[in-house]
Ligand binder design. Structure first.
Ligand SMILES: C[S@@+](CC[C@H](N)C(=O)[O-])C[C@H]1O[C@@H](n2cnc3c(N)ncnc32)[C@H](O)[C@@H]1O
Length: 207
């Protein structure tokens, strides 16, 4: 079934291939396949790593990332919405607003040290007005970049989703200024008609 009239011109297919695959694999969100593809393709996460997942509810990315870092690593997930426990000792979650003024302070309480990767699947509540949705998506992606610069160790990685549009090129340049290598990816699990892409940064430059 194809339901039309969705925000951002995004067709919504309630039970597509990745939805069913996620259900079979016990994954909380079909988006889990996106981070799996990106992380593997760019070798972003290894065992023992400390990773931060921004906009982590309901926890699909976090399921994949926590497996990749293993019990000796750390996968921190934050979101406006609570994340139901994953039952793994390497996972830490908190209800936090990434746009709040004291966000970095709150994050430091969860993990005072540096991070090996900052991943953002942050997405605004869409309004259906494309320019507004793009601007909000960009604001969240920029916030993720600020967090990655502040908390990433030199050489660390970054992944951020954003809606393709207006100031996308400016954002890509900002990521290029902070990281040695920058790629733009549209994972296979992205819904047809979606405007979202992921910007991947590798090798955070020294501050
Ligand atoms: C596409 S969903 C994330 C799905 C998740 N990656 C997964 O695999 O389960 C986007 C998330 O961004 C969160 N979000 C949006 N604005 C936020 C903010 N200001 N602070 C924290 N989380 C935010 C939403 O609550 C939503 O859960």
């Amino acid at each position: 079934m194809l339901v039309t009239g969705q925000p951002m011109g995004k067709p919504y297919r309630p039970k597509d291939h990745y939805f069913r695959k996620a259900k079979q694999a016990g994954l909380r969100a079909r988006s889990a396949f996106k981070i799996e593809e990106i992380a593997r393709r760019f070798a972003l996460v290894k065992r023992g790593d400390r990773v931060l997942d921004l906009g982590a509810a309901p926890g699909g990315f976090l399921q994949v990332l926590s497996e990749m870092v293993g019990p000796e690593g750390l996968a921190i997930g934050v979101d406006l919405a609570p994340i139901q426990p994953l039952g793994k000792r390497q996972v830490r979650t908190a209800v936090l607003d990434v746009l709040a003024a004291d966000f970095l302070g709150q994050l430091s309480k969860l993990h005072p040290g540096e991070l090996d990767a900052v991943v953002s699947d942050l997405a605004p509540k869409t309004t259906g007005i494309r320019s507004t949705d793009e601007a909000r998506s960009l604001e969240l992606a920029r916030r993720a970049l600020t967090v990655a610069r502040a908390k990433g160790r030199p050489g660390s990685s970054f992944v951020a989703k954003l809606f393709m549009g207006g100031d996308f090129e400016d954002f890509r340049e900002e990521v290029r200024g902070a990281f040695e290598e920058v790629k733009v990816v549209r994972p296979r699990a992205t819904r047809g008609g979606s405007f979202e892409v992921y910007v991947v940064g590798r090798g955070l430059r020294r501050r």
